[in-house]
Every structure is written in C-alpha cells, then in structure tokens.
Design a protein around this ligand. Structure first.
Ligand code: CP
Ligand code: NVA
Length: 326
C-alpha cells in the first residue's frame, strides 16, 4: 500500500512542491543573542532532562526519518561527532558533506544550495568561514540552519559551556567567566551570551586581539556586564570560570608564530589560577594545544571540567535539534 505520509498527508501530491518552498515557522540557531532568555532556558533544561536518558540509551525517537546535513569547510571532532550522534539518538540520521563537494558559492550559488538542500534534508548544520554566507544560506533555506562555528561565532559551543557551568556551579547567575586568550569566535559568542544570561564576562587578551567591534557595541547597548582587559592576572582574580581556546584559530595557521609570541603571557597555568576563586572551574572548548595556551597541569588538574564540557556538546545540541527540526 502506498500513502503520502507526514507533513504532506493532508495535501494533494501536486501541492507538495509548493509547500516545500514555504516554511514560515522555521527557526535557525545562528547566534545566542538571537534567542530570548526563556527560549534558551528551555533548550538548556531539555538538555539537562535528556542527558541521563541519553546516557542510558533510553531517549525516545522524536525525529524519526529526519536527516541532518552536516556541512564542514573546516576540521572537527566534537562538532561532527556530537551532531551526528545526537541525530541518531533522536531516531534520525545525519550526512557528512565537505565544502569541497558542494562548493557553496563557487560551484553554485548559496541561494541554490539552500533551496536544493531544503528539498532533500530536514536541517542543515554548517561549519564555515564567513558568517555572512551562513546567514545567506539560512535566509534562503526553508529548513533550520545551525551554526557549527564560523570565523565570527561558535554558539553551540557556548550553549554546552553554560550547561557545564550550571552543572558544576549550580547556576551561571552572578558568576564571573574569564576567557584568557584571543578575542575570537568563542569570545564573541560569550559576549552574545552575556546579553541574555546574567553573568559577568571578562576577556583578557593582548592588545590588537579584541573581539568583534559590532558584537561589543551590541553587548554594551544591551547593558551586558563585560570587560576587556590586557592583564590576565588581574582578570582571573576571584573568577569562577576560567575559559581557554587556541591562540590561533582554524584558518589562521600562517599567523601561528606571531600569535605564539603575542599570546605567551596569556597561558592558563597553575600560577595564573592561584588568584581565581578557590572553587573555580576551568573550561576549554578543545582542541587544546597542551603546553601552549594551557598547561598539562591545569588540563589534568582537579579544577578542569573539559571532558564534561565536550560531552555536553552532545546534550546541548540534541536539545537544539529537538527544538528546531520538524
Ligand atoms: N570545540 C569544537 O568545536 O571542537 P571541534 O573543532 O573538534 O568540533
Ligand atoms: N577558535 C577556534 C575554536 C575551535 C573549536 C577556531 O575557530 O579554530
């Protein structure tokens, strides 16, 4: 027996193509501040509720037959594996596609890629260089688009980070999160988060490595509590969360030597952490360059929660997928 199943069930087959081009209700996850606090709270609470079920392999399959396209223009361990596992845990499937294959913006336009993928998949997760191209993809796509890291932001990582902070410190409210290092995509996403969540954000970076000016302006206009300093020692004083990332990001490999010199005083090591709150936690989005931006002593020490953080990529992103994909 043949039947038209799912969303198209009540419509004649001839209407299906028209329906596929219209999805006024779809939402994207491109930046944390584009979601309201109650929405973000709901996502994090869902992640917390589902975590023990997922660990026990007892999650209900709420996204059966759905396929997430995972597009990568940069390498990945955590983002790829966590998104692909999350889809399987929800009863759906995922597909790994590289930039080289689809040639978005080169082999065919971003617009056409968006339209085609929207006909073939139920969601798109993309790791890309240019944030504007991801926004263009999202504008034209009729399925949800999720930012899996661009040069500008890495919102899914910071959602997992907030989940980790809440698990270890009870709440992020009133806590001071100090990132020591580059004013990069992670710093920008923490600034975006500080617009929505009630914590203080401090970035200690070398001069010339400040976060995106537009995002700093937005955070300032929103009344977020943040500070940029060039003194890591002063920054970590009393801090509840110390946050690390690489001195040079994917795509900046040719700046590595200069950055290693410029960032040398910004290493997260045991001496730096002496001034932090006695019960501070240390996060790092990973991959870590041990001995460079963070020492083994800290990475493997009693305050580090970096592998809880890596696991939480799965739980936070599964909640995002469950919220967005129809
Ligand atoms: N933290 C993070 O995004 O890791 P990957 O680059 O391995 O995905
Ligand atoms: N800032 C780093 C994060 C890696 C997860 C990068 O963009 O390469």
């Amino acid at each position: 027996m043949f039947a038209v199943l799912g969303r198209t069930a009540n419509h004649p087959v001839t209407e299906v193509a028209i329906l596929a081009d219209k999805n006024p209700d779809k939402q994207d996850f491109l930046a944390i501040d584009e979601w309201t606090y109650p929405e973000l709270r709901t996502i994090l609470d869902l992640a917390k509720a589902q975590k023990p079920l997922a660990r026990a392999h007892k999650l209900p399959h709420t996204l059966p037959n759905r396929v997430l396209a995972c597009v990568f223009a940069k390498p990945s361990l955590r983002t790829r594996v966590s998104f692909e596992v999350a889809m399987r845990q929800l009863g759906g499937q995922s597909m790994f596609i590289t930039d080289k294959e689809i040639g978005m913006g080169v082999r065919e336009s971003v617009h056409d890629v968006a339209k085609v993928m929207s006909r073939l998949c139920d969601g798109i997760m993309i790791r890309w260089f240019d944030d504007n191209e991801v926004r263009e993809l999202a504008r034209h796509a009729t399925v949800p688009v999720i930012n899996g890291l661009t040069d500008l932001t890495h919102p899914c990582q910071v959602m997992a980070d907030i989940l980790t902070v809440e698990e270890h410190l009870g709440t992020i409210e009133g806590k001071t999160v100090v990132m020591v290092g580059d004013g990069n995509n992670l710093a920008n996403s923490w600034l975006n988060a500080s617009i929505r969540f009630p914590f203080n954000f401090i970035l200690a970076c070398p001069e010339g490595y400040e976060p995106d000016a537009g995002i700093m302006d937005k955070a300032e206009n929103a009344g977020a509590s943040f500070m940029i300093t060039h003194d890591p020692q002063e920054a970590v004083e009393g801090a509840h969360v110390i946050y690390g990332d690489a001195f040079y990001s994917m795509g900046q490999e040719d700046e590595a030597a200069k950055r290693r010199r410029d960032f040398a005083p910004f290493q997260i090591n045991a001496r730096l952490l002496e001034a932090a709150h006695p019960e501070h936690i240390v996060l790092h989005c990973l991959p870590a360059h041990r001995g460079e931006e963070i020492t083994d002593e800290v990475m493997d020490g009693p305050h580090a929660v970096v592998f809880d953080e890596a696991e939480n990529r799965l739980h936070a992103q599964r909640a995002i997928l469950a919220t967005l994909i129809r």
